[in-house]
Design a protein around this ligand. Structure first.
Ligand code: FE2
Ligand code: FE2
Length: 184
């Protein structure tokens, strides 16, 4: 195999894993905020806040969906699972009240920020020029996720009942899902 073909294959493998896990994560995030919005729909303070974060998740999901088509990679085989898991997590945490919803946001967004940071490092290590567009877009999305995390902190996430337990269970669940969605 020529080295150009080898590099192209290696890049495709990198994109395949990255785009699959990012699409899965953004789908789950879209569903989480949809579920939380459903549960908090009558709350005049939290409804617009969750709606705004949901709108951003929709744009993130659209971006990775398009990238999957452009780079000819594939979605996770477990896409329906991420869809249902996100919805259940959103409705459940939302129905336990705004503080638990915000604690969920903190846990999810903190995990996803670290995940995107590690992808950005991986892309820079591979080839900054080649991945310029992807690095820029993932960085922008990471900044949105950081804002979501900060929104959670600013809105009493840490006062949620069993905050440490709730965030640790959700963050560990996200980490396991990331490991799985990178592969299948
Ligand atoms: Fe997102
Ligand atoms: Fe987010």
């Amino acid at each position: 195999m020529t080295s150009a073909r080898y590099i192209a294959r290696k890049r495709h493998a990198i994109y395949d894993a990255m785009l699959r896990v990012n699409h899965s994560g953004e789908l789950a995030a879209d569903r989480i905020y949809f579920g939380q919005l459903y549960s908090l729909r009558n709350d005049p303070k939290y409804e617009p806040m969750v709606q705004e974060m949901w709108n951003q998740e929709k744009r993130h999901l659209e971006y990775f969906s398009k990238q999957i088509l452009l780079k000819r990679t594939s979605k996770s085989m477990l896409t329906p699972v991420w869809d249902i898991a996100g919805t259940v997590l959103g409705v459940m945490t939302g129905s336990l009240g705004s503080r638990v919803a915000m604690a969920c946001t903190v846990a999810v967004e903190d995990t996803i920020c670290k995940h995107y940071d590690s992808q950005i490092r991986q892309l820079i290590a591979d080839d900054t020029d080649e991945h310029k567009e992807l690095i820029e877009n993932i960085s922008k999305i990471r900044d949105d996720e950081q804002d979501h995390h900060d929104t959670g902190i600013e809105n009493e996430a840490e006062n949620a009942f069993a905050y440490k337990l709730v965030t640790s269970v959700i963050a560990n669940g996200c980490k396991i899902a990331i490991q799985i969605a990178q592969k299948i």
